[in-house]
Design a protein. Structure first.
Length: 263
């Protein structure tokens, strides 16, 4: 597999993943969207189909990691060369940012309608003087379209949640059908992984929104900070480390357990 294969496959696949995953969040959140208030089931299945589509597109090119946690898990397991890891990570982050920009382009009118609606802006909590300091004080009205966030802000619990959820994802990937090169998902693996992602969302997604993928959160958060969105609020950078560190720890644990128990 060449460097250009890795870059093209991971960039395009991750962009599609974030376009469809962020797209379902936008569809459920924004005013003037036909799917507004469709609920958690729509979001979890939307993200599952996003994983399926992105992985299916990229599987024959780059192995369809689409997630630094998967890349790290595969490197520890031995299916991916450590020398390829930096290129995977950069390509995944770049693709995630492209996908987030595309979500904004698709829902441009809805973003404007939502962020200029007096009722929406009235409902936003002030950053100071909050009664409940466990809530997320700096989440703007559309931040949840781009990023994850905790329902109860407790750094230890939030990290543990992301570690456990990502551990399940990466272990499931490592123990099911890898492609012939052994460094990513085949077509059947993409379907299985999509179903695992739906299951994680339904079972473990409630506390933090189940990032389980560092670039799924970091790339769109950067885009949220850069986009010219009126009244968008802050990007909550104080929480941004949790959906990066937690999934990477979970991936390392999954790779280590795989080598101990399954290799």
């Amino acid at each position: 597999m060449s460097s250009s294969d890795i870059f093209i496959g991971e960039t395009i696949g991750t962009a599609i993943l974030i376009l469809l995953g962020g797209g379902v969040c936008a569809a459920v959140t924004l005013k003037r969207s036909k799917a507004r208030n469709a609920g958690w089931l729509a979001i979890t299945f939307g993200w599952g189909f996003a994983v399926l589509t992105g992985a299916y597109i990229a599987s024959g090119v780059s192995g369809a990691h689409l997630n630094p946690a998967v890349t790290i898990g595969l490197a520890i397991q031995g299916g991916t060369a450590w020398s390829d890891v930096p290129l995977y990570l950069v390509s995944e982050l770049f693709g995630a940012m492209i996908g987030a920009v595309l979500v904004w382009a698709v829902y441009y009118g809805q973003f404007h309608a939502h962020l200029t609606d007096p009722e929406i802006l009235e409902d936003q909590p002030a950053e100071e003087g909050l009664v409940d300091q466990t809530s997320a004080p700096k989440a703007g009205p559309v931040l949840g379209i781009f990023t994850t966030g905790p329902e109860i802000r407790n750094a230890v619990q939030n990290v543990v949640t992301e570690v456990i959820a990502t551990f399940v994802l990466v272990l499931a990937i490592l123990t099911q059908g890898l492609n012939d090169e052994g460094n990513g998902l085949g077509a059947l693996g993409a379907l299985i992984t999509a179903l695992v992602v739906v299951g994680i969302g339904l079972s473990l997604g409630g506390p933090t929104g189940y990032a389980i993928n560092p670039v799924r959160d970091l790339g769109p958060r950067i885009v949220h900070a850069l986009l010219p969105l009126p009244n968008k609020g802050g990007s909550d950078w104080g929480y941004a480390w949790v959906p990066v560190v937690g999934p990477l720890i979970g991936a390392a644990l999954a790779g280590g357990l795989y080598n101990l128990a399954f290799a």
